[in-house]
Design a protein around this ligand. Structure first.
Ligand SMILES: *[C@@H]1O[C@H](CO)[C@@H](O)[C@H](O)[C@H]1NC(C)=O
Ligand SMILES: *[C@@H]1O[C@H](CO)[C@@H](O)[C@H](O)[C@H]1NC(C)=O
Length: 185
């Protein structure tokens, strides 16, 4: 994961502009349907634009959906991804006999636990029109997944399917963060 610095920058900017932006833009209507160009544009700002495009197009209602519904759709995918991976990470930690691998997976369990907590608040914040919180919490999910991934920056490499699952969750959270930015105007 190479994007830590930019995420931290985004976070500090956000923390400097507390809820003002949310209050200003919450009154705007986001009932407009998403155009193909808008989707391309949105995805070009995410971690992996082709992943983003594929993911959002998989929404069967994409032709009639608006930005808020697209956020809800992606939050559901984010939640599914974390919930499917958490038991796998726990199992990896339990089964790793190598002390170094065991320590790394155990750290990843903590990261996934924390990320799951942030994911649990996303839908409520979206429903309240609190896009600032959606943005911050989605970014914190990315940071925590990045923390897990960083455990394996030095050898031994992770022999499991966790790196791929980390990428999947990271990419999904990055789409949620980008949609929140769009919703903030
Ligand atoms: C981006 O996503 C696509 C589609 O899921 C995948 O094939 C590709 O390997 C990903 N690229 C990177 C750099 O992760
Ligand atoms: C998200 O998941 C909830 C619960 O499973 C479901 O009721 C809702 O329709 C889903 N929303 C979208 C936009 O897919």
């Amino acid at each position: 994961m190479t994007s830590h610095i930019s995420i931290i920058t985004i976070l500090s900017i956000l923390l400097m502009f507390p809820y003002i932006t949310t209050q200003l833009y919450v009154a705007q209507s986001w009932d407009n349907k998403i155009t193909y160009d808008k989707l391309k544009d949105l995805c070009s700002n995410t971690q992996n634009s082709s992943f983003c495009f594929q993911t959002l197009k998989s929404n069967p209602r994409i032709a009639t959906t608006n930005l808020r519904d697209l956020a809800a759709y992606t939050i559901n995918l984010t939640s599914d991804s974390a919930q499917q991976t958490l038991p796998i990470v726990k199992l990896l930690a339990e089964q790793a006999t190598d002390p170094q691998l065991n320590a790394r997976y155990t750290s990843c369990v903590a990261s996934y636990d924390t990320a799951t907590g942030y994911i649990a608040t996303l839908m409520g914040s979206l429903g309240n029109g609190d896009y600032h919180s959606v943005l911050v919490d989605a970014t914190l999910v990315m940071l925590n997944v990045g923390d897990c991934e960083q455990q394996f920056n030095t050898p031994p490499v992770d022999p499991s399917q966790l790196p791929e699952r980390n990428r999947n969750l990271f990419n999904l959270a990055s789409i949620v963060a980008e949609i929140a930015l769009e919703l903030l105007g």
